[in-house]
Design a protein. Sequence first.
Length: 531
Amino acid sequence: MPEEKEMGHVAKELTDAGCQDRAAGASKWWVLATVCFAVFMVQLDATIVNIAIPSIMTGLKADISQAEWILNAYILVFASLLITVGRLGDIFGRRLAFLIGLIIFTLASVLCGLAPNIEALIVFRVLQGFGGAIMMPATLSIIAATFPAGERGAAMGIWGSVTGIAAAVGPTLGGFLTESSSWRYIFLINVPVGIIGLIACLIVVRESTDPTATRELDIAGVVSVSLAVFCLTFALVEGQNYGWTSTTIVGLLLTSIAGFIVFVAVELRARQPLMRLSLFRNIAFTAGNLMGMIVFFGSLGVFFLLTLFLQSTLGYSPFKAGLAFTPMPLATMLAAPVSGKLSDKVDARWILCVGSIVLGVGIYFLTKVTPTTTWQELVLPLVLCGLGMGITISPMTAAVMASVPTAVAGNASGVLSTMRQIGSVLGISVCGAVLQNRMVVNMTAVVQGLPGLSPEMKERIISAGTSGGPGMTAHMPVSSGPMADQLHQLFAGAMTKSINTTFMVGVVACLAGAVIAIMVRSSNGSPGQRS
């Protein structure tokens, strides 16, 4: 009978192990749901604020430059700190970093919603960016530490689809809240989401760290890279205001270059470096990060340009503009999980190549918009743009995260997120610079041909027409009558022509992305893959 006892004991052990495996399997999906819930909040905030900017300006009596800082303050802090705080998560705990970031972001949202003036709102947006920067790298590193390599692509796909859902809901919800109640609710809506995410994290997410990391921080690396990224981001954001050849912008760019050089030198000598530069020896890691920058360059450039076109040329309200954008993020939401799951089985390079081409084709169709374009005519181009985004985001993220050891996942996700943010800033800044240049050329050409106007009046019309932003025609020297109607038509034509030219920048970027995609190895059994 000893044999029967032994067999019973083995059977019990196998049964217990199976139960534990099923519990672990269920638990990891709850972990994914928790981090995605928080990601939803951060991504929702990124899209919902853009639509409400005019209402915030009116409510807080802010001018254009102050309104720009509502967006730029967040981007500057977010982009500058991602690498640093990603490393802190590896050292002190990804779960801890996630919780701290979530708490800060939620509290900052409350403060933004209660801001008494524009200066306070800008300060609180800085705090939001700080919380978001702490939280976002932790979400990807938690996923990488929770899911095995064979399921990581599918998990990243769901993570990517959540960003699509947030992007889909953001503009429409922001327009609705702004028009029906107050812009303050675009921030206060984060509070219940943050509380639920906090409770869920405490219950289901387990702590993970880099077991090889020492509890010492590369201060020289932190200072040099933060300074470099901050100066680069500030220069890109404010290049239009100060002038690209101004002493301020040139000095910032030179400081950024010097900061990056110092950072590389420091990291090569540091005993415990902030960023392991050896990661860039992996072609999948390098190419995936370049892809991230290019894809976000194209997509954010499209969002920025189309927002201007819908509100300044077609005269859409914030709510209607938000509705018009809906096909793009919905397509992203549908494509991301499919491409993520597919990347576990198919070479990621071909998925990324196809996604870049689809995004480029969608942007190319947008170069055909006219002053009489209807929202129905925008559906196909926006669907293609959304599909291109959805196809690329998940495999790109999975390929980058699978190309590095899980122990340094926070560091890798911080680099990837930083490259995406730099791509976003580049997309807005470069497209904005091209648009303004073409508007000056096109407005000058049409206004110079108007008879009966003095040179001073023509200069005022050109200045008003190229100022940028919705409602610019309200600042025309002639505000009513036949001349005003003519000026509005001239502006609409010049704006459309300029937009069409500027969209080609995104097309070129996507074609470059398709070429770079060929260098990305699949996350499924690719050389250099580590779990």
